[in-house]
Design a binder for this molecule. Structure first.
Ligand SMILES: CSC[C@@H](O)[C@@H](O)C(=O)COP(=O)(O)O
Ligand SMILES: [Zn+2]
Length: 208
């Protein structure tokens, strides 16, 4: 499967079925085979449960559209966040952003600018190989001006790189990145499990 759009179409269908990309919510991207410096990303406003190859645009390092599946396609409104991730993490080849209920609930449980993660075995799957891990996921404010979110991500990660390959935007959703589409998909499943656990743990604590 050389064309990354095929993996993105499959992933999007799965995430839609899981309730993480309902309607037009979320956006997925992956580095292009034709040119390492560019990436394919979902065009804005497409139904994520039934994407086709024409529903993508290819973006170069400067953010210009260099190829499109359809003349009327516009790049995802959140392209600047994907650009920021690829520029900060040159090894990343895929970047996935989805909107789940659990991520939005968990985004309320932050400790300032971070969400402390429970010390679960699942954390190892995010690349943290320590016993009893105490790591946090960086959390960012949601702004209507998406490039402002991207600038805040760049400014913060240049100074303090994240402990896990994921970031959460309050009341919006999570973004993960990885060295391949398969790895990004695994990371997304792991972080969404951690959000579900975090919400369930709070519910148990409230019941006493
Ligand atoms: C359901 S609206 C969600 C959008 O505002 C946005 O957050 C989103 O994830 C999808 O935007 P898109 O421009 O289609 O990539
Ligand atoms: Zn979004």
């Amino acid at each position: 499967m050389n064309d990354p759009r095929l993996a993105l179409i499959d992933a999007s269908r799965r995430f839609h079925q899981l309730g993480w990309m309902l309607g037009t919510a979320g956006n997925l991207s992956a580095k292009a085979i034709e040119d390492e410096g560019s990436f394919w990303i979902t065009a804005s406003g497409k139904s994520k449960g039934r994407l086709e190859k024409k529903d993508f645009v290819r973006i170069d390092r400067s953010g210009n559209v260099v190829e499109t599946g359809h003349p009327e396609n516009r790049p995802s409104a959140e392209t600047s966040i994907h650009q920021a991730i690829y520029s900060l993490f040159p090894d990343a080849r895929a970047c996935y952003h989805v909107h789940s209920i659990e991520a939005n609930l968990a985004s309320r449980f932050t400790d300032g600018e971070n969400l402390p993660l429970p010390p679960l075995e699942m954390i190892k799957g995010l690349g943290v190989w320590v016993e009893n891990p105490r790591v946090s996921m960086p959390v960012f404010r949601n702004h209507l001006d998406v490039p402002k979110i991207a600038r805040e991500i760049e400014a913060r990660f240049q100074v303090s790189p994240p402990e896990v390959p994921a970031l959460l935007i309050v009341d919006h959703g999570v973004t993960v990145w990885g060295k391949s589409t398969e790895i990004a998909e695994n990371y997304l499943e792991l972080v969404e499990y951690i959000f579900r656990y975090t919400v369930a743990e709070r519910q148990l604590a409230r019941k006493g």
